[in-house]
Design a protein around this ligand. Sequence first.
Ligand SMILES: NC(=O)c1ccc[n+]([C@@H]2O[C@H](COP(=O)([O-])OP(=O)(O)OC[C@H]3O[C@@H](n4cnc5c(N)ncnc54)[C@H](OP(=O)(O)O)[C@@H]3O)[C@@H](O)[C@H]2O)c1
Length: 321
Amino acid sequence: MTAAAAEHAREALGWEHLGVPDLRGRTVVVTGGSDGIGREVALHLARWGARLVLPVRDRVKGERVRARLLRESAAPGSDAVTLVDLDLADLTSVRRAAEEVAGLLGEERADLVNVAGAVSRRRRESVDGHELLLAVNALGPMLLVESLLPLVHQRVVLVTSHAHTSGRVDLEDPHLRRTRWTLPRAYSRAKLVAMQWGLDLGGRMPPGTQVQLVHPGWVLTNLQNATGDPRLDRLVTAASRPFAMSAPQGAAAVLFALTQPLPPGSYIGPDGWQHLRGRPTLIARSERAADRDAAARTVAWMWREVGLDGDGPRNRGPAPV
Ligand SMILES: NC(=O)c1ccc[n+]([C@@H]2O[C@H](COP(=O)([O-])OP(=O)(O)OC[C@H]3O[C@@H](n4cnc5c(N)ncnc54)[C@H](OP(=O)(O)O)[C@@H]3O)[C@@H](O)[C@H]2O)c1
């Protein structure tokens, strides 16, 4: 760890009260590393010495980020950052990506950080006919992470959102085919599904490993550009700037969840008003996101939807703290 990297971590993350981790010799798989919060997460991990595997949707963007990460990485060699193709809206691509990551890791173990997520201004479907926000924010990540579970070193970190607190999961119409589609309804539902999956997964993790769930806060990234009108997007961004956090600040909760000592299955987010901004801490999830029976039903449905197993996952463990 260079003094400059430690200083940067303190300034950008507000981490002066915490130790800066040394990740030399560790490998982390980070989705969403091509932009926004995920790119900042990858940058810090590289500076802290981790080798990175970045499954990305857009190779050109990915290569640009990889070049920067290699310049700043404390891990030696050009294989300190490896790109893998991944489209979370295409389950065939997710399966291929999981196979490629497993091949890259070989006998090695890695931590998994799913940051990738998306919004849309109208109802769209994935290649597999799933409602797009559900596909990208929950079903695709589930297939990727569950496929790589035997290769987890210590932690799986899943970026969800506090928007899950207004979500409802209706397994009669999960893809919003009959229910009217709105962005808040589809996004909050997808993130609640991800929270329920994370809860369930926490009880099934291999010994010595754990899941952490993260709400990064209100962060100015491409995610805000959902109006479809670039001028309106710029206005929304300008109006939000004094209140929202920057992408480096948004990365803080994710890095905290990955590297700090925490009870398994915690939900981490900013400590400020409505968890919109602030320093990372343990926060409370919604009652629906803490309901293990509802989570089991949702996860059994998800497994069928992604073709993992008709019976759904077994070996449920104790409730999270
Ligand atoms: N920003 C916030 O205020 C906020 C608040 C709560 C939660 N979150 C969550 O934080 C996470 C990161 O969001 P962000 O704000 O950093 O947004 P962002 O800047 O739009 O970044 C999203 C990342 O996800 C990737 N991605 C999108 N669709 C994908 C797909 N189909 N397959 C593979 N990768 C895909 C994007 O890749 P490309 O580069 O190819 O687009 C990009 O790397 C998301 O899960 C989001 O829901 C954000």
